[in-house]
Design a protein. Sequence first.
Length: 320
Amino acid sequence: MNQHGSPRERRGEPSSAETSTTAYDAHLAGLHAMSMSNVARVLAGAAGVTLATLAGLLYMYQTALIYPASFPEGSRAIVDSPAQYKLPFTEHRLVTPDRIKLHVYAIIHEDEGEKRPTILMLHANAGNMGHRLPIAYQFFHRLGCHVVMLSYRGYGLSTGEPTEPGLRIDAQTALDWIREHPKLAGTPVIAYGQSIGGAVAIDLAARNPQSVRVLVVENTFLSIPKLIPSVLPILRYFTFLCREVWPSFQSITRIPSSTAVLFLAAKKDEIVPHEHMIELHRLCSSTQKELHVFEHGTHSTYTPCSRTDDTWLDVGTFPH
C-alpha cells in the first residue's frame, strides 16, 4: 500500500471520488434551486390565477355582491304590509322614466291641519321595504311624520335589476311623486338612508337641494371602492374595476349649507369602518349638521329606534 498517497493527494487536490461527490452535490443543489424556483413560479402563477379569477368575478358579478336582493330568503316574493302594524297606508306602483315598476307604500296621517314632515325611507342593500316597517312605525307614531317607502328596482315586488344609475332614478321617481301628491306636496321632506340607502339619500339630496330639507344617513360609506379594502382586502388592488361607485365623499360636498344633516354612526360597525361616517361628517358643509355615535351599535343590529343608546328620535332640537 502506498503510504504517501496518490500524486493528486500529495499535491493537495481532491481525489476523483471527492470530485465526483462535490459535482453531484452541486448538481443536486442546482436541481433543488431549479425546483424551488419552479414551485415559486407555479405558486405565483396559481395566486395570479386566483386573484385574476376574483377580479373577474368582482367585475362580472359586482351587482349581485352589492345588491343581495334575495337575502334573506323570500325577500323577492314576500313583502310585509303596513296593515300588520295597524298603520294606515296606500299601496302604489310607480313607473320610472325607464319603465320600471316600483312597489311603494305611503303611510299618511289623516289630519288636515298640521304640516307634518314626510320621511322618504331608502333601505339598505338586503331585504325589502317590508323589513323596515318597524322603523316606519316609529317614524309615524313617535315623530308624527308621514312616511313614504319603496323597494328599489330588483327588490321585493319591484321589477328590473338594481344598479347605481337605476337606484338614482328610483329615488328621484319617489321624490317627484311626493312633490306631486295632493297632501304631501307642501310638506318638508326628510331623506333617510341606511347603509347603501345612505349613499342613495346623499345623492338625492345633492341633486334636489330645494326639495330635500333634511338628510339623515345611517352607517353609510365614503364610496364602494373605498369600502372594498375593508370588506374584501384581497381585492383592494382591483377597485378600479368597480362599476358601482356611489361616490358619497364627493356628493356630500354638494349638500347646501341650508340642508340639515344628521349622521348616525355605530361605533362597532363590522362592515363599514366607523371612520367613513366621521369623514363624511367632516366633508359636509351644512351649518346644521350633527353626528351621533352609538357606542355599542353594529351595522346590522343598530336602528335609530333602539333604546339601548342615544337615539335621534329623542333629539327634539333637530329641525324637521
